[in-house]
Design a protein around this ligand. Structure first.
Ligand code: IMP
Ligand code: MG
Length: 180
């Protein structure tokens, strides 16, 4: 088991499993009829997934525009609360196809809020790609169109995801097991 910052991390999804899945997701996305595609990566947690997925999309023949939006959902704790826009996109979304990319779909509050915001701005369509879906935790009515993995109800870290700002740099997704 890898040990990082003195903690054992149990690997749930390895770097190679994620890379393989990203290629499949990119093919799924390429098979859809998206025109004038604008990818919106939801910071911070999705930055590594988005970086890998858009390069896999390139290999699948898609050339999207890419933007970033920072929204807060968790605050300091780990209970999803109200969603706020901390940094908005610069682009006009009117009439465009939007692909929202996030790390995890959990309660769904973040993605429902963001999807509804894009629709209210006149987006032609809004699709959602997430690396992980914690389906058992859903509260808001929102589903992802493209899901990397169905994730058990563990608090996961790595591949962009953090606990208290740590572990984003891990190339895999794992669960912190405690002191090594
Ligand atoms: P939702 O609004 O409850 O769907 O929250 C989704 C957001 O919460 C994700 O974009 C993540 O940033 C964060 N999140 C949810 N579960 C985890 C986890 O297990 N580890 C790290 N971040 C998480
Ligand atoms: Mg997030």
């Amino acid at each position: 088991m890898p040990v990082v910052r003195g903690k054992e991390i149990e690997v749930l999804y390895s770097a190679s499993a994620i890379a393989q899945r990203n290629l499949e997701l990119a093919k799924e996305i390429a098979a859809r009829d998206y025109r004038d595609l604008l990818v919106v990566s939801i910071l911070k947690g999705s930055f590594i997934f988005a970086a890998d997925l858009i390069r896999a999309m390139h290999d699948a023949g898609i050339s999207p525009e890419v933007e970033f939006m920072m929204v807060s959902s968790y605050g300091a704790g780990t209970v999803s609360g109200d969603v706020k826009v901390l940094r908005d996109i610069d682009n006009d979304v009117n009439g465009r196809d939007i692909l929202l990319i996030d790390d995890i779909l959990e309660s769904g509050k973040t993605l429902k809020f963001t999807r509804d915001l894009m629709l209210s701005r006149g987006a032609n369509s809004v699709s959602v790609a997430v690396l992980l879906d914690k389906h058992s935790r859903r509260q808001a009515s929102v589903e992802a169109d493209h899901v990397g993995f169905e994730c058990p109800d563990y608090f996961v870290v790595g591949y962009g995801m953090d606990v208290a700002h740590a572990f984003r740099e891990l190339p895999f997704v794992g669960v912190v097991k405690g002191d090594a």
